[in-house]
Ligand binder design. Sequence first.
Ligand code: GTQ
Length: 321
Amino acid sequence: MITAPTETPERKAFYERIDKDNLTPLWSVLGDLVTPEPKSGCRPFGWKFDTVREAMMEAGGLITAKEAERRVLIYENPGLRGQSRITTSLYAGVQLVLPGEVAPAHRHTQSALRFVLEGSGAHTAVNGEKTVMEYGDFVITPPMSWHDHGNETDEPMFWLDGLDIPLVSFLDASFAESLGEDEQPVTRHTGQSYAEFGHALMPVNAEQSGLSSPIFNYPYVRSRETLEAMKRGGDPDPCHGWKLRYANPLDGGSAMPTISTFIQMLPAGSTTPYRATDATIFVGVEGGGTSTIGDVTIDWGPRDVFVVPSWHAVVHEVAEE
Ligand code: GTQ
């Protein structure tokens, strides 16, 4: 632990003198810069979907998806209010597209992902291909890919948006543009990417451009089936239960390079405490449980969201059926 040297009148006078030249002494701040462990402003916190759903339906009466560009209520971490962050490096919110609405085509340097929370059959188009979204589907829109959303069903559609907005802002690298059309031209058939890359087979000339996966919808039916197969095949990991990583079939890396994504199934009982420097956003899909992060206890069920900050140990507990 590095503690700052005491301030003498001579030192203070010196600091004030050099301050005019935009200089500052390292020894006064070293302890805050180089910490023995991660020190995060991010706090453990949970949001109930029912609360955000009610607010979203109200927002639906106040503004259209088109006027808003994206009708989203942002999950702001209580330790990072006013910064549009759910963790230090990530942004998250809930987006609502009502029947008949579109969220117009645009693109940006930020990576975006969706996790479908309610509704069935609305679509996202990414780089000339539409995908139809179902509950629990995991959809990506890689950096600079054109994307638009539309809901031709007669039910509202909600999903969780996750973007690396704070990370890109940190690097001063935000670029964005609108297509000027509600929908981008569709040049590929629905399901083409998944058919070509989703089955350990791929077009022989497939080239990797960028670090994102060519699959842009990882359907929940498949994730669920795979988790069930893992469960039949062996014991759960003590920390993670049965857990899958959404992977890029071209290189085995993450679906997108700046946000790792996983889906896990927890057995009844308590997990072994686990901590990582990744701040983690959890979303309930089926069932529910209680997660304990230090002295914070969060009850969650389907569609609820909670955050475990960097280097905070978490224990998940699921009741016997
Ligand atoms: O759907 O493209 O929640 O650009 C925030 C910014 C969603 C999106 C957000 C965005 C989007």
